[in-house]
Design a protein around this ligand. Structure first.
Ligand SMILES: Cc1ncc(C[n+]2csc(CCOP(=O)(O)OP(=O)(O)O)c2C)c(N)n1
Length: 558
């Protein structure tokens, strides 16, 4: 196998591989030639080539999200690196392990008029857990930096940046490893729970006592990857009548005693309705919560105790957090269950009953509702084949999803770390490429057009499906309060006449479109049939009616 002649390239790649990196997404360039050559020396590593760095980084993010494993990114110097930023910010706030390896010029060539050169050191300072700025000629310092970088990468399971300066010549190869002996005390693959320090039992007892005395406990599950242990633990918790478990479309846990479509239940609640339902304790786990309503209700009606459980983040989402447990929810529950017991209460049954009433109203409303975005999301959910993952774009898409039950899908995802519309399709394709089960992307058309370079890669599985809900603009701006009260709605909604048809022709996707309810009802079995190309279904919905129907829905749910 041919290695790069540059020792630094060899060291970085060796360190990454020994720390368990198995996938690398490479964007082309010259300064990064030593890294490309070096990664290529390892046949066991999966390598992907994607030109557009913004898309490459979101593709990597989708892969890392789906597999739970680290994915490396390799790019050249200059603005190439800056194009990783949107995906890195998303990965940072969503705890997704991306390893950025950027090639750079040595320091003496920065800011002197050399080409394709910017100040790359610490460029992601605010959104990575560690910056390793390697030095061309200082092997000892580089080894120390790399060891620290990978220690943090393993601990945080979230993005870090390694910037690597190379002098020319860049393309020279050798058959030999310069340092053949491994210097990276790589960790053994081990059980996640054992990787963490448990909490002090005495300290936890104090919280267990509060828990055991409380009649109303609300467990809020934010964005989470599917996890068997968490599912079992939460199902166990749901047997306690004093506990209500609220989940969202991206929580990836479900149970008949969970409230699985949070916004359907709480959207119609006023502050005074909520007053009588207010929990004593909110226990939040997982990443960000999508529901704006739950945020506003809990901010106005602060519970006495808000405990957040997360390894990396002490999210004080409701402006009144009283305790952060810096461990995984799985480890937290495995300790907490020894100290807690169920409590007689009508809290869970009251809320479940209310949820049942909402479900009846939801069904009645949807039966007679006009063709619109809401009806389209109902149809997407209803016809989703069992066992198909769904990735949603931002923003109306994921918000509509919140009204429906998606427990048929093994994995539901959406980029909620920063809620951008800039990488949903690339994320979905990276996700689909690693998933055993097939994947559906559901996207608004602006998000889809924004990330159209996502289709410019060779890794789109034939069973990948895209539904673009084309409501002629950013539909979200017609129903959030604000834009329609101004005379500048067009600057928010950005109405247009574009369609996805020509993009599909260019990238060889099978294209179909529908315009009304009847056409939509007839399309699904054909859409999901096996094919030799991925397929895209574009659903045109009436821009001005969508928000009216949604308002009617909220009124009907009251
Ligand atoms: C990178 C980025 N730019 C701008 C926004 C603000 N934004 C949120 S939703 C949205 C419109 C999305 O429209 P579309 O994808 O058509 O979905 P719809 O809301 O119509 O379902 C915009 C511009 C954002 N979230 N991310």
């Amino acid at each position: 196998m041919l290695h790069s002649r540059l020792e630094l390239a060899q060291q970085v790649v060796q360190a990454a591989i020994e720390h368990g990196v198995k996938h690398v997404v490479i964007s082309p360039g010259s300064r990064n030639a030593p890294l490309i050559i070096e990664w290529n020396a390892y046949s066991e590593i999966e390598k992907y080539s994607i030109v557009d760095e913004r898309s490459a980084a979101f593709f990597a993010l989708g892969k890392a999200l789906q597999t739970g494993e680290a994915v490396a990114l390799v790019c050249t110097s200059g603005s190439a690196l800056l194009n990783y930023y949107p995906a890195l910010a998303e990965a940072y706030y969503s705890d997704i392990p991306l390893l950025v390896l950027s090639a750079d010029r040595p320091k003496r060539l920065i800011d002197i008029g050399d080409g394709q050169t910017i100040r790359q050191e610490n460029v992601f300072q605010n959104h990575v857990w560690f910056n390793a700025n390697l030095i061309e000629e200082d092997t000892i310092e580089n080894i120390a930096l790399l060891q620290e970088a990978f220690r943090i990468f393993k601990q945080k399971k979230a993005p870090i940046h390694i910037n690597i300066p190379f002098s020319e010549p860049l393309y020279e190869t050798t058959e030999h490893l310069i340092s053949a002996v491994s210097i990276w005390q790589a960790p053994n693959a081990s059980n996640r729970l054992l990787e963490e320090e448990p909490l002090e039992v005495d300290a936890l007892q104090k919280f267990a006592d509060i828990w055991n005395q409380s009649d109303r406990k609300m467990v809020l599950v934010g964005v989470s990857r599917p996890d068997e242990m968490l599912q079992i633990q939460l199902s166990h918790l749901a047997q306690d009548p004093s506990v209500v478990i609220l989940t969202e479309s991206t929580s990836n846990v479900s149970h008949e005693r969970f409230i699985n479509h949070i916004d359907r239940l709480i959207f119609p609640l006023t502050d005074s309705d909520f007053e009588s339902l207010k929990p004593d304790i909110v226990l939040s786990i997982g990443g960000q919560v999508i529901s704006k309503k739950i945020k506003s209700l809990l901010r106005k009606n602060k519970p006495k105790h808000h405990w957040h459980v997360d390894r990396n983040w002490a999210l004080d989402t409701y402006h009144g957090m009283t305790q952060h447990f810096g461990i995984s929810p799985q480890l937290f529950f495995s300790q907490f269950f020894f100290l807690t017991h169920p409590k007689a209460s009508s809290y869970q049954s009251t809320l479940l009953e209310m949820d049942g009433q909402r479900t009846t109203r939801h069904d009645v409303f949807l039966k007679q509702a006009e063709f619109s975005d809401l009806k389209v999301y109902e149809s997407i959910q209803k016809h989703l084949p069992e066992g198909r993952n769904v990735v949603f774009s931002n923003s109306a898409s994921i918000r509509y999803a919140q009204f429906f039950d998606w427990s048929k899908a093994p994995f539901m995802a959406c980029n909620r770390g920063t809620s951008g519309i800039d990488g949903s399709t690339s994320t979905a394709i990276g996700f689909a490429h690693s998933a055993v089960q097939p994947t559906l992307l559901v996207s608004g058309e602006l998000s889809f057009f924004y990330d159209s370079n996502a289709l410019w890669n060779a890794y789109i599985p034939n069973d990948f499906r895209i539904v673009v809900v084309n409501n002629g603009g950013g539909g979200i701006f017609r129903f959030i309060p604000g834009p329609t009260t101004t005379n500048t709605l067009d600057f928010f909604e950005t109405p247009h006449q574009l369609t996805a048809r020509h993009l599909c022709a260019m990238h060889q996707l099978e294209y179909t479109s529908v315009q009304n309810e009847k056409e939509l009802a007839g399309i699904w079995s054909e859409f999901y049939k096996a094919s030799s190309q991925p397929k895209l279904l574009e659903i045109f919905t009436p821009r001005e009616i969508n928000a009216v129907v949604l308002k009617g829905y909220f009124n009907a749910m009251k």
